[in-house]
Design a protein around this ligand. Structure first.
Ligand SMILES: Cc1cc2nc3c(=O)[nH]c(=O)nc-3n(C[C@H](O)[C@H](O)[C@H](O)COP(=O)(O)OP(=O)(O)OC[C@H]3O[C@@H](n4cnc5c(N)ncnc54)[C@H](O)[C@@H]3O)c2cc1C
Length: 402
């Protein structure tokens, strides 16, 4: 599958920081993780921390799936707002999903501290109401989040203007958000897990999987066999080939990053992450090296040649969108890219067993905040493998809501 094109900023900035071998022999382990992007790296981190031997096999060079294309905002907000999610899956489940994502940001912060990864920056986040007609549900959204104890403040039109300098009918300002670099975090997680005994292979494709009652046997494209007690499928958007039901909606999204801004005070109120209620939404954040990263302008299809032709046009549109809000900031685009992504009907990930594949657990963090979902999946799957029951997992199961 063609996951991205153009110049993803993380990849340009960090290149190939570490090398991993290609698998050239048969082996045996407790858990085989197919896919070594952020989801696979987090799964390997939790499993090795629990003392479980793991092997990671990725068909690409590590990180070159969707992970390197990510714009790496860490937000607890799911693509489907809490009020709307409550209507879909019930208030209690929706609250649990939001609480898990809220906690996930602190959990990722702790992980970064433990592995000494300098790729976690706390940020506040500003969620803008794009239209006046959004205000009714938007105010309910604020009240619901507040009642869950989340650190949120409501901004009316006047406050938005005063603090940000642009117009919006209202906004929710959240004190719980962060930014990372999912590509570098993936590498540093693997480096940490390697020290804890994990084995990580790239350019190693799992082609055939035999599922038995007491384990799995996977074959690689070069004919080597990996025997494991369990298989974790962290194959990102390419997991769709293993799932029979049409669960997944493929879309294309775009991002652009500006030149380095050579100014003292960059860029706006608390340099918060900014996004909005409009669908598709526009989002932006200043990077640590004083650039501005903007994303959005999604298209409702997966067609790499159509998608890629639009990179420059979408870059220009994103710049225009940005300058409507911040006309005084000179945004000169330097790198632009596009990526495929998947959204689910309820905005939630798929985590757990797929009935047709025994002893196999999927870690599919779909949606705009895939990284927090990857963390939740990694922790949950580790618990399942350790034999702990997790009632919440049902919410993320295949076939939910049927
Ligand atoms: C432009 C863009 C911006 C985004 N911005 C954000 C954001 O701001 N915040 C956020 O939280 N999320 C964001 N996301 C989503 C986020 O990037 C993804 O959720 C995340 O990277 C998925 O990671 P992953 O490890 O599951 O998948 P991937 O990184 O795609 O890794 C899966 C790996 O599995 C491997 N694989 C597949 N099949 C096999 C096989 N048979 N054998 C072996 N290996 C296999 C692939 O080679 C791949 O490397 C964004 C996505 C895009 C495209």
């Amino acid at each position: 599958m063609d996951l991205h094109a153009g110049y993803p900023y993380s990849l340009v900035r960090y290149g190939l920081p570490f090398n991993y071998p290609r698998l050239d022999h048969n082996l045996q382990t407790d858990v085989l993780i197919a896919g070594g992007g952020i989801s696979g790296a987090l799964a390997a981190y939790y499993l090795t921390a629990a003392g479980i031997p793991v092997v990671v096999a990725d068909s690409r060079t590590i990180g070159l799936g969707s992970t390197c294309a990510s714009t790496s905002l860490l937000q607890y907000e799911i693509d489907v707002p809490l009020v709307k999610l409550s209507r879909k899956i019930g208030e209690k489940n929706a609250a649990t999903a939001y609480q898990l994502c809220y906690r996930s940001i602190t959990e990722l912060e702790d992980i970064c501290k433990k592995i000494e990864a300098p790729f976690f920056d706390r940020r506040d986040s500003l969620y803008l109401a794009s239209y006046k007609k959004d205000l009714e549900w938007f105010k309910q959204e604020y009240t619901m989040r507040k009642s869950l104890g989340f650190d949120v403040t409501y901004w009316d039109e006047v406050t938005v203007k005063e603090k940000m300098g642009f117009d919006a009918p209202g906004a929710i300002y959240s004190g719980m958000a962060a930014q990372t670099d999912s590509y570098m975090l993936t590498h540093l997680l693997h480096q940490h897990s390697l020290k804890n005994g994990a084995r990580v292979y790239d350019r190693t494709t799992i082609t055939d999987i035999a599922h038995k009652r007491n384990g799995i046997t996977a074959q690689t494209s070069e004919g080597y066999m990996i025997k494991a007690k369990y298989l974790v499928m962290a194959t990102g958007y390419e997991a769709s080939q293993y799932i029979r039901e049409p669960l997944l909606q493929l879309r294309s999204t775009y991002a652009t990053v500006s030149e380095h801004l050579d100014i003292e005070s960059c860029c706006w109120y608390n340099n918060c992450l900014i996004w909005e209620t409009r669908d598709p939404y526009l989002y932006m954040r200043p990077t640590k090296d004083k650039r501005i990263l903007i994303g959005g302008r999604d298209e409702e299809y997966y067609n790499p040649s159509r998608r890629d032709k639009l990179i420059s046009k979408k870059g220009r549109e994103l710049k225009k969108d940005f300058n409507k809000k911040f006309p005084h900031i000179r945004f000169i685009p330097e790198f632009q890219w596009t990526g495929t992504f998947i959204s689910t009907e309820d905005g939630l990930p798929f985590i757990g067993n797929y009935p047709a594949m025994p002893r196999t657990y999927f870690a599919l963090g779909f949606g705009g905040n895939g990284i927090t979902f990857s963390q939740i999946a990694a922790e949950m799957i580790t618990e399942i493998i350790l034999g702990k029951k997790n009632p919440v997992q049902k919410m993320f199961a295949f076939g939910r809501g049927k």
